[in-house]
Design a protein around this ligand. Structure first.
Ligand SMILES: Cc1ncc(COP(=O)(O)O)c(C=O)c1O
Length: 408
């Protein structure tokens, strides 16, 4: 790369870190060189406030085509008819969710989402987020078994009568029953918004049921299992809602869209249309199931007893170490995870009782069930024994066999 020496050096160092560590953070992935190319293109030079053929700046012929292509591909990837409107402009997942609330709720009106310590995202109405300050937020969690308790969700909804019910999560390893959420929303006259950020790639691949037959609005990030650039998409079924959401994104919350990001989203969606992506999405789930089972067999506890998707939550309560210690011990040997609250956690968010583990990134590298067994052994050795040169060497050997840019 030509240019800034300090930044070039730091980027190279980060690429080396990514190559020689196992990334088990469920929200991360490895984008293709084609996605990187679009992100780093001259499209970043352009301003294009507005929407295709309704721009506030000249010179947007090419940008219009790119944005229209991104929308069309998004519809194809999720098997949607023309009745679904698509907005590909949100800068990221949090602004996308904010835009939906901004479009559909007046200040102070009520939204209901999953609470952060139980697996929801900050933007599902958590009190530290603007979404929990500007709107009246009520929250649901999961039962002691780690599953969403739909009876409890219904009870809260009937009592609180929210205007929007949000489902979708950041740390939930089980299939979400969108049909049940729809029924609850209908009973209380609420909109149903599904935030499928984490599982979008699985839905695209047919490895998780689709929310589209049930939701009024669906939001997603584009950079998790969907394996695109950082960004977001909002889908809405009703034309009036779509118009309100378009207005909320621009001019409500944002100025010019990031056209290089839009192009990179279109590239990623093009990749998601391929048969190889279907295999990829299914392999993510197969890998997660094997990894969860192996970790259980060696004595670690998994919240809800397993996984149906790309992630699992390890409950370390009975293992004598905290989530933070576990994260540090794993990082020392080159395994990257994030510490995480478990449902009903009695420890603090800064040093909680769990770690969250996911398979999207290692699956992109081409790893399969056999490697998941190896990873389970490495995780166990690192947690029990702490740092040893031998564990770190075994991690490096695995990373060497699966270079980050060999498979996409
Ligand atoms: C379910 C869910 N929604 C939204 C977001 C927010 O995305 P971003 O970090 O791009 O703002 C996340 C991020 O982790 C998420 O997990």
């Amino acid at each position: 790369m030509v240019g800034d020496k300090e930044i070039t050096k730091l980027i190279k160092t980060e690429i080396v870190r990514q190559q020689w560590t196992l990334d088990l953070i469920p929200s991360e992935n490895i984008v293709s060189p084609a996605v990187l190319e679009a992100l780093g293109s001259s499209l970043t030079n352009k301003y294009s406030e507005g929407y295709p053929s309704r721009r506030y700046y000249g010179g947007n012929e090419v940008i219009d085509k790119i944005e229209i292509l991104a929308r069309e591909r998004a519809r194809k990837v999720f098997r949607l008819g023309k009745n679904w409107s698509v907005n590909v402009q949100p800068y990221s997942g949090s602004p996308a969710n904010f835009a939906v609330y901004f479009a559909l709720l007046n200040p102070g009106e009520k939204l209901m989402g999953m609470s952060l310590p139980f697996g929801g995202h900050l933007t599902h109405g958590w009190k530290a987020s603007a979404t929990g300050k500007f709107w009246n937020s009520v929250q649901y969690g999961v039962g002691r078994d780690g599953y969403i308790d739909y009876g409890e969700v219904r009870k809260i909804a009937k009592k609180e009568k929210p205007k929007i019910i949000v489902c979708g999560a950041t740390t939930y390893s089980r299939v979400i029953d969108f049909k049940k959420f729809r029924k609850i929303a209908d009973e209380v006259g609420a909109y149903l918004m599904v935030d499928m950020a984490h599982i979008a790639g699985l839905i695209a691949a047919g490895a998780h049921p689709s929310p589209f037959p049930h939701a009024d609005v669906v939001t997603t990030t584009t950079h998790k299992t969907l394996r695109g650039p950082r960004g977001a998409i909002i889908f809405s079924k009703d034309a009036k809602i779509a118009a309100a959401i378009d207005k909320a994104v621009f001019p409500g919350l944002q100025g010019g869209p990031h056209d290089n990001q839009t192009a990179a989203i279109a590239v990623a969606l093009g990749e998601a249309l391929k048969l190889s992506f279907k295999k990829y999405g299914r392999q993510i789930v197969k890998n997660a199931k094997v990894l969860a089972r192996e970790l259980q067999q060696i004595g670690l506890e998994i919240v809800s007893g397993g996984t149906d998707n790309h992630l699992m939550l390890v409950d370390l309560t009975n293992s004598g170490i905290s989530g933070r210690e576990a994260q540090d011990k794993l990082e020392e040997v080159g395994i990257i995870v994030n510490r995480n609250m478990i449902p009903y956690d009695t420890r603090s968010p800064f040093d909680p009782s769990g770690i969250r583990i996911g398979t999207p990134s290692v699956t992109t590298r081409g790893m399969k069930e056999k490697e998941m067994k190896k990873i389970a052994g490495l995780v166990y050795d690192a947690l029990i024994g702490g740092y040893s040169a031998d564990i770190a060497k075994r991690v490096k050997a695995l990373c060497k066999k699966f270079p980050i840019y060999a498979n996409n």
